[in-house]
Design a protein around this ligand. Structure first.
Ligand SMILES: NC(=O)c1ccc[n+]([C@@H]2O[C@H](COP(=O)([O-])OP(=O)(O)OC[C@H]3O[C@@H](n4cnc5c(N)ncnc54)[C@H](O)[C@@H]3O)[C@@H](O)[C@H]2O)c1
Length: 328
């Protein structure tokens, strides 16, 4: 019988009794479970604890927390003794619909977020919406943004190239039911949609690039603002700009934007500095900025490339837009 070591986020302590119904019980180890834990120090703290506990290759590591904790523990699992089994219990919406799926893990260095990491799948993931009862409503926004992203990616993959159909016929049903706060059904659907893409392209050689929709501009914004913006908000702004750059029909853009939860305008940017940050993206080619080609990939061109000046100008035109809070 394998032993378990359960690494959990301090903020979910009151929910720990939920774990036994999945047979999860063992030695507990508490950490804050915040972005700051995704560090070399955070990594070594867990590794040292596992060594102290004589944790064996046949034992099971369990991660209970949000995306930060899953990224960190996933990285420990991938590297401790060259890989041990890990089970995930995601406790934030973002972790449920995004971070717990697809195996990406990692820690940060001052020169880059997620700059050290691997792709390593959990053996099992356990889902329980009850964890969300202790998450303030506004902290569900980042996960909700990722849910809308996957819904858009899916809609345009199915209707690839047929934007006219989306505009005229599908617009009334598009995103129907994806209201905030999200239903269990939508959470399950978002998970399944991401899983389908991962099953086709775990190592991000093609289709998985679609999941980066909104992230080229989003990541640049995060870096530009020194991470003083949440990832979810940055991705929301990124999707708004990238829809325009990719040529989404105006009516479709408006519809999608009306679901977005963050109400702040696109931050003011200094064009030259922002351009330099955009040019650091590792997916770029020949000085051109890479984007997820959500609209017209034809099942082969999952990335498209643009002149950085065009991207900066599109960002500067988007200083305000109508989102969830302003729609009638
Ligand atoms: N691996 C991936 O594919 C992937 C995808 C998306 C995001 N991420 C990563 O996820 C991280 C962000 O994750 P997040 O948004 O879940 O935030 P988080 O994990 O940083 O958690 C935010 C805060 O919420 C607390 N918390 C967690 N569960 C709670 C609960 N049930 N009730 C009350 N508080 C709770 C945490 O302890 C923390 O204080 C980032 O580091 C990002 O890079 C990874």
């Amino acid at each position: 019988m394998s032993r378990q070591v359960i690494i959990y986020a301090k903020s979910i302590k009151s929910h720990l009794s939920r774990l036994s119904r999945w047979g999860l019980k063992g030695t507990l180890f508490e950490i804050e479970g915040v972005e700051g834990d995704k560090s070399i120090e955070g990594y070594l703290k867990i590794v040292d604890f596992l060594i102290e506990q004589d944790f064996k290759k046949s034992d099971l590591l369990v991660a209970v927390g949000g995306g930060s904790l899953l990224d960190l523990v996933g990285f420990v699992a991938a590297t401790y003794m060259r890989g041990v089994d890990v089970a995930f219990v995601p406790t934030t919406l973002l972790a449920m619909v995004d971070a717990s799926i697809g195996g990406k893990n990692g820690i940060n260095r001052p020169w880059g977020k997620n700059s050290i990491g691997t792709t390593y799948l959990p053996k099992k993931t356990f889902l329980d919406r009850v964890f969300l009862s202790s998450v303030p409503l506004e902290q569900l926004y980042p996960g909700y943004v990722e849910m809308l992203k996957i819904a858009v990616v899916e809609a345009f993959s199915t209707l690839n190239g047929h934007t006219k159909i989306v505009e005229d016929k599908e617009l009334s049903t598009f995103l129907e039911g994806w209201e905030f706060p999200p239903s269990d059904k939508c959470i399950e659907k978002a998970r399944a949609l991401k899983q389908t893409i991962i099953d086709q392209d775990l190592n991000e050689q093609g289709r998985r690039y679609l999941l980066n929709f909104g992230h080229t501009v989003g990541h640049a914004l995060e870096a530009y603002l020194n991470y003083r913006i949440s990832h979810g908000e940055a991705v929301q702004h990124g999707m708004v700009v990238e829809m325009e750059l990719l040529g989404f029909p105006k009516k479709v853009q408006k519809k999608i934007i009306s679901f977005f939860p963050f109400k702040s305008p696109f931050p003011k940017i200094e064009p030259e500095l922002f351009k330099n940050i955009l040019l650091r993206d590792k997916k770029n080619r020949d000085g051109r900025v890479a984007f997820s080609n959500v609209l017209n990939h034809n099942n082969k061109n999952f990335l498209t490339f643009m002149d950085p000046q065009t991207v900066v100008e599109a960002c500067m035109k988007r200083n305000t837009y109508d989102c969830l809070h302003t729609r009638a």
